[in-house]
Design a protein around this ligand. Sequence first.
Ligand SMILES: *Cc1c(COP(=O)(O)O)cnc(C)c1O
Length: 414
Amino acid sequence: MSFERFLNQQLADWDRQRLRRRLKVARPVSGMRVATEEGELLVFSSNDYLGLSRHPAVVAAAVRAAEAEGAGAGAARLVCGSTEAHARLESALAAFKGSERALGFSSGYAAALGVLPAVVGPGDCVVLDRLAHACLVDAARLSGARLRVFRHNDLNDLERILRWTDEARVRGFRSETAAAGGGRIEPGRVLVVTESVFSMDGDRAPLREIVALKTRHDAWLLVDEAHGTGLCGAGRRGVIEELGLEGRVELPMGTLGKALGAAGGFVSGSVSLIDFLVNRARSFVFSTAPPPAVAAAAAAGVELVRGAEGAVRVARLNANLEAMHTGLVEAGWKLAAPVSPIVPLHVGDEGEAVRLSEALREEGLLVPAIRYPTVPRGRARLRVTLSAAHDAEDIAAFQRGLVRALNRTGLAPG
Ligand SMILES: *Cc1c(COP(=O)(O)O)cnc(C)c1O
């Protein structure tokens, strides 16, 4: 089969299953509005939860850094690409997180891909929540460690697997035959991996209980705070802070492209952890440093979030969230009390989710349907996200548009 034919057959197949995705250009206008080919749309799907991506201080920091240090860093951090902007970002992150040090990566995806395989490998075991983000799954696979998956947020299932690791780690997680094949066998390491706030469902992991379990079973813990950083806890450091678990999670990871308004990923921790990752995390070692402008923008985002501006914006976001939740429940949606700015409206069928998303688009609302492979088949949904950049009228416009879209598609609130 020719290469082009292979590509086109696959694309046609995705079309039939309503799984084909397309890029659409959206130009930010003001607040959460974007200009598109079909006119202006109000966005309810951005992770710019605090509206910082367009904050004048964040934008000015990027412009200044680009002018002072250039558009590109020119090389990897360890070669000659480690600029003042990177150093300032990492000091700001360490001060924000209350850790000795922090290390920035060019994206959250790159952070996961660098960190997991640096700390575990063949002979070790990664114990992963079933709904963990794709980058954590890919990183776990890349590490070569044995992969075990526990049911989403299910402490009994996690404990069952950790009990199994107590015995299996003696053989270094190799099969009986491989273990019998000789060679030096070291006890395997066990790394539990989860998110603090889950990206597609907006629910939270029971971190206090997970910390207790991993401690009891002598495992380590990586917590991805992509959707907790900047939003949760009195210092807005994340759910780990909110639950008083700081210092008890070996690998706290965060991203800079969501509430912090820029781009990148990071890990915070001890001097030893950061030195270790600088030497071992391949996505850090073998990749060009993030542009100085991006690092500077992220540093400005961190400073805003830590300060009074952060408190004001989180309060505005929470007020929006409450108004949205009240309205949806009144409209007949069965929703749990919100614990994050992510409100999943479950539809189920992929085709119906796409139809509802298209109907909302005709109402001037941008809420893409989230489908397989991002979520399991038959669990399609509209992932509604809120931002401090929305105002009360935006929330009301969404509620009105949703009612009309449901009427037109003949779908009912789920
Ligand atoms: C967005 C996201 C990432 C990836 O971060 P990027 O900076 O977008 O690469 C990692 N983990 C979770 C849970 C995310 O939602």
